[in-house]
Ligand binder design. Structure first.
Ligand SMILES: [Zn+2]
Length: 385
């Protein structure tokens, strides 16, 4: 009985990794990077099964003892780590390590109970030094069952971004510098730019792309029994990222609406609308719920990009035109540039500044970036055409 949802997409990468494993040329450390929610950690678990599988023919066979144990997240040589919130109170280093391990096992239990459980990473969750030390001490032990140990470290950029010092990342670096033989280290990240350059340079970076929305749609229908129209809308909005689609499905609709309102205010061309929208945010604590707002603004822009690619003037999507008046004149390039501004907003928010101010700057940047090109051309009365 497996605790893992099937993989959605990534066939090419599976072929590549299989070939490399057969040739004995898998590197000792891999960085799987790509958009949020596309199944990078799930792919990492598949690679773990590939390496640990006991069948010689076509690993991972899915039926041997090792594959079964990876599938139920109980393989003693698979060490899956991910960001966790720091335990409350002050503890000795040994106690902290114990508390992190307890929390990690609880998450694994929840996964076993529901393979599709939506895990929304808490903003305070990180890969703390105590966890990295645990990883390092495990790496010195011989594999318990097979011939290899696999370390999968999800959201690896959180080794630095959330910790107040780079200690955890530096400790991890020591492991990457001298990995014990027969150890495979797989890092995943949707923000590889936030990783220490030295960590980047010591791992083979592999870009993981989003599955086609059609694949994601079929997956949501088949695996979760979703209604086709719901599956289709979610697959489109998440651009094929199944994990993101599941989070969207569970999200509070009022929160989702916030992203649309934000982009609508940027498109309206009215400074008063932008001011009123920014004023709704609190004046401090940008690392709190405000970072969720930025996620939702990004989701809306990404959905617009997907739609814009399939329908030049949004003609097929009257719902979106209704929600975002003026969007039909905006090009995919403009939308991509708008995403850069959201990223700048995110950087500003990571300094825990004033959400009102960050929102005001972002709204005016978006307003400038998203000004419909056709309208601009009209306004300047450009030549015949
Ligand atoms: Zn197997």
């Amino acid at each position: 009985m497996t605790s893992l949802p099937p993989l959605c997409g990534h066939d090419d990468l599976q072929r590549r990794f299989r070939t490399a494993a057969r040739a004995g040329s898998l590197p000792q450390s891999l960085l799987l990077h790509g958009p949020d929610g596309i199944g990078k950690q799930r792919l990492g678990l598949w690679i773990a099964a590939l390496v640990l599988c006991e069948s010689a023919d076509e690993p991972p066979c899915g039926t041997c003892r090792a594959c079964g144990m990876v599938g139920s997240l109980r393989h003693p040589d698979l060490h899956w780590f991910f960001p966790l919130p720091s335990p409350k109170g002050s503890h000795t280093p040994a106690k902290r390590r114990e508390l992190f391990e307890q929390a990690r096992l609880e998450v694994l239990d929840a996964r076993r109970a529901d393979p599709f459980a939506v895990t929304t990473p808490e903003t305070s969750a990180a890969i703390y030094l105590a966890m990295v030390e645990d990883i390092r001490s495990r790496a010195t032990r011989r594999p318990a069952m097979g011939v290899s140990s696999v370390f999968l470290v999800g959201d690896a950029e959180r080794m630095v971004a959330q910790a107040s010092s780079p200690e955890a990342a530096n400790a991890f670096l020591k492991l990457l510098e001298e990995p014990p033989p027969d150890t495979l280290i797989i890092l995943t990240s949707s923000r590889p730019g936030s990783l220490l350059p030295t960590i980047l340079s010591r791992s083979l970076a592999v870009r993981v792309t989003s599955p086609e929305p059609a694949l994601a749609e079929a997956f949501l229908e088949r695996e979760l029994g979703m209604d086709r129209t719901v599956a289709s809308a979610l697959a489109r909005r998440s651009q094929g990222a199944v994990g993101l689609a599941l989070r969207m499905a569970e999200a509070d609709p009022a929160l989702a609406e916030e992203g649309w309102n934000f982009v609508r205010a940027a498109l309206s061309g009215s400074a008063a609308d932008r001011f009123a929208t920014a004023a709704k945010f609190p004046p401090s604590g940008a690392r709190g719920p405000f970072s969720g707002t930025l996620d939702r603004v990004e989701e809306v822009l990404r959905e617009c990009i997907t739609i814009r690619v399939e329908s030049v003037d949004f003609a097929l999507h009257s719902d979106v035109r209704g929600r975002l008046p003026g969007i039909e004149g905006v090009t995919p390039d403009q939308l991509l540039l708008a995403l850069d501004h959201v990223e700048h907003g995110r950087l500003a928010a990571s300094g825990n500044g004033n959400p009102q101010a960050i929102a005001a700057v972002l709204l005016s940047d978006l307003a400038r970036e998203l000004r419909p090109r056709t309208a601009m051309a009209r306004n300047v009365g450009s030549g015949p055409g």
